[in-house]
Structure formats: C-alpha cells, structure tokens
Design a protein around this ligand. Structure first.
Ligand SMILES: Nc1ncnc2c1ncn2[C@@H]1O[C@H](COP(=O)(O)OP(=O)(O)OP(=O)(O)O)[C@@H](O)[C@H]1O
Ligand SMILES: [Mg+2]
Length: 273
C-alpha cells in the first residue's frame, strides 16, 4: 500500500462502517442520504454490501437486474462509473450505485488480481468528485476488502453503535485498528463520530454503552437514534422514515443528524428542494 494524494476537486465521502452485523449501518446510510437530499444536497449513495439491503430499500430496480453495479465498477474500467450511477431512486436528489451478491466474488477477484486491491473504489470514484455535494457508502458487516475500499476512498467515517445491546461495542477495537491501518493509504481519513442507534436514555445499558463508546471511539455524534417500528415500515414501503412519518422522533433524529453532518462538513446545496 502506498499513500495516495487527496483527490481534487473535493467532495466529502462518508463511509458508514462497523463490522458488527445489524447495528444500523444501512438504516443510517439510507435515512441520512434521504435527509441530505431533502435539504437540497445532491447525494450519491454507494452500496458496498453483497446483501444489497440499501439497494433493495431505495432502488427502483432489483439488484439482480442491474449489470453496471458496484461489483462491475470495482472490477471494470473507469468508463463504467457513469453507467453505474442510477439517478432514479425512491429518494429525491439521491443517486445510487447498486450493491449485489456479485460483490462477494468481486472481493476475491480484487485480492487476486488488483495491484492495489484496497484502492479500486477511490480510483473509480475520482470523476464523481465535485459532481455530488456528498457521497455516502454503506459498508458490509466485515473488515475485509470491501470495507477497506470504502475506508480508503472515504474522507470521513460514521460508526453506528447499537446502544440498546450489551454487545454493542464488542470488537470495536478491531474496527479502530482497521481504520488506523487504512490511514497508511488514506492519511486524511477522519472519524466523524459514533452514532448511538436504538438509544433510550432511560435504560442503564444505553447509558453504559454511551459512556464506553465515548471513551473507546473518542467522539460521539450529538444525535441519538431511538428505537422505532417506523424503521421496518419504511423498509417495507421503500421510503425514508421521514416519508413514513415525518413527525416521529426517529425521523426528526435523522433530520438533525443530516443538519449536523451538513454543517460539520460545510456541504453545498446544489440540488432543488
Ligand atoms: N432505530 C431503530 N429502531 C428499530 N429498528 C431498527 C433501528 N435501526 C435499525 N433497525 C432494524 O435493525 C435491523 C438492522 O438494521 P440495519 O440493516 O440498518 O443494520 P446493518 O448494520 O446495516 O446490518 P448488516 O450488518 O446486516 O448490514 C433492521 O431490521 C432494521 O430495520
Ligand atoms: Mg447493512
């Protein structure tokens, strides 16, 4: 691995990463994308997970129907980028690069064939920089090459942590070590903060996880995402939680998260509201 120069022009790229399964990565990626789009930012959402849950949630097509997907982009030439970006999604101002099962095979092929296996995404995304106001990457639940590609391309990481679970921080030191390792390739990578998911301040377990997350991960985002049945409804309806129930606590929490991210990263607003 060799250090690469920061890409220019600048577009913040936020990887939503944690190898712990089911901690809220996809929910965060989809609803943060939705809220940033609603606020007038143009957003590119990249699904790096073979499970393709983000694509199933917001895509107009079934991932199995899409040939120019994230796997094809990782393995193919830079000319594939334009074809891989699908502008039609369920979310206004949000474009999508689909994930699919093929990402699993792509990961093996990259390991065997690419001279810089962790840097394929960063290289392929270079022409999209300056085109979108922000790029979000939904990572898979592993610390293997797909996540490494996301972290090598990213400027920032958000780490969702399930605060309602006593196992919420299990293995988090492996994640911080992995981020540290990726800094050899991508020295400017910054942790934007941990995001507490399914948080209920009345519960002792949530307060204990909150303190431990602050200690182990350094920074906590100032927004807490509560538990809500609106989340699973929104997945079934293929909508954001805001569209399902804009007045709900969970929808307001994602709106606050987007406002915080937009302000922290000084995101421009180049899309219509
Ligand atoms: N705040 C919440 N309230 C209620 N349910 C939630 C909440 N956040 C996520 N969920 C549910 O928890 C499950 C896991 O969430 P999600 O898919 O976002 O996690 P993930 O980290 O992307 O999982 P994976 O590691 O498999 O990719 C989903 O069924 C989702 O609907
Ligand atoms: Mg997921």
């Amino acid at each position: 691995m060799s250090p690469h120069t920061p890409p220019s022009p600048h577009t913040p790229i936020i990887a939503i990463a944690n190898h712990k399964g089911g901690c809220g990565k996809t929910t965060t990626a989809v609803n943060l994308a939705a809220e940033l789009g609603r606020a007038g930012h143009s957003v590119l959402l990249i699904d790096m997970d073979p499970q393709a849950n983000a694509s199933l949630h917001v895509g107009r097509l079934h991932p199995s129907e899409v040939t120019a997907d994230c796997a094809a982009l990782l393995l193919g030439g830079p000319e594939l980028l334009a074809e891989a970006i699908h502008e039609e999604t369920a979310l206004p101002n949000v474009s999508l690069i689909y994930g699919s099962l093929a990402l699993g095979l792509a990961e093996d092929k990259l390991r065997e064939e690419s001279p810089r296996p962790a840097e394929e995404l960063a290289q392929k995304l270079a022409p999209a920089l300056g085109v979108y106001d922000v790029i979000l990457i939904d990572c898979p639940p592993s610390l293997k090459l797909l996540s490494s590609n996301a972290l090598a391309a990213a400027t920032h990481v958000i780490i969702p942590v399930e605060s309602g679970s006593q196992y919420g921080l299990y293995g988090v030191s492996d994640l911080t070590r992995h981020i540290e390792k990726l800094r050899r390739v991508n020295p400017s990578l910054r942790v934007l903060g941990a995001l507490l998911i399914r948080h209920d301040p009345r519960l002792t377990v949530c307060r204990l996880i909150e303190d431990a997350a602050r200690e182990q991960l350094g920074s906590l985002l100032p927004v807490r995402i509560p538990t809500s049945t609106k989340i699973s409804q929104s997945v079934i309806l293929k909508q954001s939680v805001h569209t399902v129930d804009g007045g709900s606590k969970v929808a307001r929490a994602f709106e606050e998260l987007a406002a915080h991210v937009a302000q922290a990263l000084s995101l421009p607003r180049t899309a219509a509201r």
